[in-house]
Design a protein around this ligand. Sequence first.
Ligand SMILES: CC(C)(COP(=O)(O)OP(=O)(O)OC[C@H]1O[C@@H](n2cnc3c(N)ncnc32)[C@H](O)[C@@H]1OP(=O)(O)O)[C@@H](O)C(=O)NCCC(=O)NCCS
Length: 407
Amino acid sequence: MKDALRLRPGTPDDFPAIVDLLDTVFHEELVPEHREASAAVFEAERSLVVEDAGAVVAHTNIHSRDFTVPGAIVPAAHVTGVGVLPTHRRQGLMTRMMHRQLRDVAEAGREPIAVLWASETKIYPRFGYGAASARLSFSIMNREVRLPAPPAEPAGQLRMGDPHDLLPAISKVYEQLRPGQVGWSSRDERWWRTVLTDPKDDRDGATKRWAVVHEGSGGPTGYAMWRVKDGWNDYGSNAEVQVREVAAADPETYLALWRFLLGIDLSRSVIMRLASVDEPLQYLVDEPRRLGPALLDGLWVRIVDLPGALAARRYAAPVDVVLDVTDPLLEQNTGRWRLTGGPDGATCERTTDPADLACTVTELGAAYLGATSLAALAAAGRVRQLTGNDPAVAFGWHRMPSPAEVF
Ligand SMILES: CC(C)(COP(=O)(O)OP(=O)(O)OC[C@H]1O[C@@H](n2cnc3c(N)ncnc32)[C@H](O)[C@@H]1OP(=O)(O)O)[C@@H](O)C(=O)NCCC(=O)NCCS
């Protein structure tokens, strides 16, 4: 790095310059409502900036949130806001920041993993992040798919309104479901405010966001959020329903919510960008092809504290395996580790025993949420299975991750 450039932790005073930088690199202009919400969740002491002659030219930040992994909730460094001014690119500034950030997270010792969404999939594997959860993006021809009829005696009823008014019910459902939803991040009051921020300038001609809550005799059992983009053509209305989140505690609620969303009058299509790869909707409709599913990458996971991370999650089957892991950035992860455990918990300790499987920390991150198969990575030559003791089944999970938001 040139002498004039200084990498340092951010301060609250840096916030306006950081927003300007991120506006520039992401080709946007944060509207005041989003700026306020971002300020409320900004953790200055966890941010890093690079200064050039007093100006902020590069930045990254971490949000401290809990995160659901297979069978457990762990603290995770939610990495975000990675940007370098066009004038300062390809000089290694991001690399410097990512290295420092990972070392800081490891030294703090609180979070066994870091997670992020990538603007481009090439960027993060070099820092040990693995593509840990694919997702489906649906573009549904809603007039061409049919759902089962509702039960003769519905288990509950739907209440529609502004998400802010329905937040007590929505957040209750979210908290109830969170422990079982791999890929969900904790949402305190500030995060709910961020998630629900809905400035008019940001709607691209669509309506405000709406919510519907499903309520049974014992309280709320699910919710959905969406907006509608109006449109007319020679055939009449051509409106598009843009679904944001669908959460349901039971199959009756799930069916009721999707019957509602697919049946909104005057609409001809429904899109949902964050569906899980095993989204149950695929197994409910009579013509799944008309859901228009596209497979995209989702969350990226970086194992920061290898024994801590591997012992924190649960495994789908009993496992007793020696992993030979290479981590060029966090050397303390490099070496042979015996992982012993199963559905009820696990331990992970250093060993000198011969290894069953060899990989880098990137592949372990990819497999961590149970969605990317170690066996598939081995077939791609990215993992070396050295003995017949293959942990791929144990590393899987009974449901695919279902990230609720892009942070
Ligand atoms: C992505 C970004 C932060 C990279 O910053 P940078 O300081 O130029 O990155 P570095 O100089 O440290 O590059 C490190 C390596 O990654 C590669 N790389 C960086 N950005 C890349 C990209 N967008 N696509 C592919 N490769 C990229 C570089 O070519 C370099 O590889 P090399 O060492 O083999 O030459 C910067 O281009 C940017 O701000 N882009 C727009 C915003 C964005 O997409 N941010 C990421 C949000 S998740």
